[in-house]
Ligand binder design. Sequence first.
Ligand code: C2E
Ligand code: MG
Ligand code: MG
Length: 615
Amino acid sequence: MLISVASGVAGCLQLTWLLLGTYELTTGTSLDARTSRRLLVAAAVGGALLQGVFWWDPANAEIVYHLRVTLRRLFVAATALVAARAISRTPRIARAIGRRSVMLALLGLAAHQVQFLALGTDPGIRHQYPLWIATLGLVDVMLYFGLAMGLVIWLLEEERQATMDAAAKIEKIAYHDSLTGLPNRQLFLNQMGMALHRARRTGTNVAVLFLDLDRFKIVNDSLGHAAGDLLLQTVSERIRSAVRGEDSVTRLGGDEFAVLCTEVGSPDDAILVAERIIAAVKRPISLEGQEVFVTTSLGISLYPADATQPEALLKNADAAMYRAKAQGRDLVERYVPELGAAALEQLGLESHLQRAVEHDQLLVYYQPIVDSSSGRINGLEALLRWNHPERGILLPSEFIGLAEATGAIVPMGEWVLRAACCQVQRWRDRGLTHLRAAVNLSVRQLQHPDLVTRIQQVLDATRLPATHLEIEITESIAMRSSGRAIDSLRALKAKGVRISIDDLGTGYSSLSALRLFPIDSLKIDRSFVNGVPNNTDDSAIAAAVIALGQTLGVNVIAEGIERPEQLAFFTEHRCAEWQGYLLVSPQTAEQCEELLFGAGGALELERVSAAFAVR
Ligand code: C2E
Ligand code: MG
Ligand code: MG
């Protein structure tokens, strides 16, 4: 009886283990240790009871034995089938054999039990087929061995698959942009390398398209980074859908993308693709309930005509893109060889530009702003010059755009502000207390969160009263300003700093938009002044701005006065202040000093005699 109980317990434990193992393998989760232990104990007790206690009947020992064995076989067969079915529903790993071996072993086990059942029902068979009987035990052992081996292999294969999945994930992270899921620069260059290799063999063209979104920064700054991210994702999807499946798209960083088009027939084909991309990007994008429009500038370079190496192709497409931007954005440009030189020159300028402040290469020229009724110099506009070590004195038009693009404008602008405030205060200390400093502010400075504090620091350091500083922002910058920039201007205004709108008439602003700004002065742009008095439109606009200023109580300055008849016009229309070559051109602080103190603060009449003669 003891042996019988022990075998019952062992059998039930074996089956429970088999079921627990299958559960863990198929669900990927394991039962906690306590539950497993309870199940095993229950199985052991169940096995003991069934086997020994309830079935112990010495009178019918033979029948009871057969019944017990039959039931046990049935149980084992059913469990093996259940386990095999559960395993068949687990995900299959390609070309793996572990899972399949386990399933086969389980099915084999189930079938094997059925043989035993047959033996149990007809004991005569044992004598009829002795060889078969002799192999049964061996088959039993082999099936269990197969099951065990299958399980080990299966586990190892799962482990290997997990490692491969992790490696694939790591590769995805290393070679893809996390925001858009597009290949990154490295992967793109690798793909380009392979494409060029193929193109070399087949003699076909490859095109590289370099894209940069126009004014992405404005969206990012005004709607926030989350909206900016969404915009980049939308744009990347649009670029993807505008090109063929086999073309590769990458995000190179920020708002720059590149596309690799293989087997391009002619440059015109690449231009067609580029135009498709431009049109796709241009469609309105809905961001946070607002319709946003972005455009893109695009440069193309072709293999083998423009370059033969991946890096060079990308660089040339980039140079072409810069030209598209310079031509007015929302355009496509094909690479032309001179671009290389221009880009190189720009690079040279760029590296020098970063160091211009440190190397003391910046200069401020001052251009007087003249009182129209007395000829007195009311203020001085600070105009930046760069004394380039090789190229001499450069005008803002030659480097301000680059300084804006690289961010160098922020330290440069601050340097000009400090120099001008310091210089004008020095002249004020010498008796010209009415003088004000007019300083141009770039868009980057205006958007800088510390603008107000920095200006205050400069005023404190130079002792210039806030009321004697006028900051000039161009109308187009004003129109693109975000809420933060307007808040900064209001805070400055509250301190007494004067705000002037420069280049008025070029920024397409509406009067209602201008009302947002706390304005003290309006500067009529040179282009209108130039048309005065012969061009009737320009004259009408200039006269209207002066009238508007008078109504709003805002100071109006006419800038760029070059000819006496212009001066006559502005005198007639009672424009408060004048600025221009006809009066005084921008000059160094020393030259200005002569003018300021030599003439007692008023303009030397003979310098502008012609002008004043017209009055
Ligand atoms: P702006 O602020 O409108 O400055 C006036 C520009 O007109 C100056 O050019 C000045 O030399 C020029 N100008 C003055 N009178 C006449 C004239 O009668 N005829 C003609 N044809 N031109 C005249 P400049 O110095 O080349 O500066 C150009 C622009 O560069 C400035 O235009 C301003 O927007 C920007 N800029 C200059 N200095 C700075 C600076 O320190 N920071 C920033 N952000 N921008 C600056
Ligand atoms: Mg100005
Ligand atoms: Mg101006």
